[in-house]
Design a protein around this ligand. Sequence first.
Ligand code: PDD
Length: 285
Amino acid sequence: MSRIAYVNGRYVSHREAAVHVEDRGYQFADGVYEVCEVRDGRLVDERRHFDRLARSLGELRIRPPMSRAALGIVLRETVRRNRVRAGIVYLQVTRGVARREHAFPPSSVSPSVVVTARALDLAGRDSTAEQGIAVVTVAENRWPRVDIKSVSLLPNVLAKEAAHEAGAKEAWFVDAEGYVTEGSSTNAWIVTRDGKILTRPADHGILRGITRTVLLDVIAAQQLTLEERAFTVEEAYAAREAFVTSASQIVMPVVRIDGRPVGNGAPGLVASALRRDFHRHAELG
Ligand code: PDD
C-alpha cells in the first residue's frame, strides 16, 4: 500500500510530497510540530496536543492554519488513508512560503501544513521495553525556549547521533550546573533509592511532554511519591530506576547511563507499572 501525506490542502503520494524551497520551515526552521500516538486507529490525547500546538504557535506568532476541528479531521483522514492502527501521526506548521528575509513575511502569507502518519512496531517496542535502553549524557547546548515544540532540532539531532554512535538509544542533556534537563526526544525521569520519582519541572528548560503530563496522573493514581525537581547526573547514576517518556515510546525503562548500570541493570518495577497503566489515563479521541 502506498503512503499518503497531507500537504497544504491536498492528500498526495508520500513519495511525491514536497514543500516549496522557500518554505520558512525549510529555510529557517521557522515552524512547530506535534507527534501524537495512534492507538486502535484513534488519536491519543488529541486535546492536549492541540493545546500545546496552540501555545507553540502563539509563542512564535504563527497564525493557526485552520480551526482545531478542521485540523482534527485532517489528522484522522491522514491516519485513515494510511491505514495506521498503531503508530504516530506527525503534524508540522511553518510560517509559510515567502522570499527569504529573516523578519516575518507579510500577514497575507499562509502557514504551511504537513501531516504524515506511520505505523509503529508495537511488539518491537514492547520487547525493547522488556530489555530497557541505554542513554548517554551530553552538554545542554539548546536555546532557552525548548518549551516551544519548534522544528529547530539540530542539537537534538546531534545528541541522538552521539547516543547511537555510543551504542545507546537516547541522549540526556545536562545543563551547566550538572542537572539533567531532558532527552533529545523524550522527558527524563529517575526513581531514587528511597522510592521517590523525580522529573524536572516543566519550565522553559524542557518540553512539557504530553506523556509526562498524563504520567503525573498515573503516578497519583498509583499513590507513588513524586517530586518535580531537577536531578543531577550523579543522582541518576545512583538511582534505583530511570526511564524516559514520549508519545512514541510511552514509558521506556533506562538500564544504563554513560555505560553504568542503573539499579540492578534491568527495567524497574515502577517504570514497568507506569507503562502498563498509561493508556488507562490517556484520552482516546
Ligand atoms: N518528541 N522532549 C523533547 C525534546 C521531545 O522532542 C519530546 C517529544 C518530548 C516528549 O513529549 P511528548 O510526551 O509530548 O511526546 C520531550 C517527539 C515524540 C518527537 O520529536 O518525535
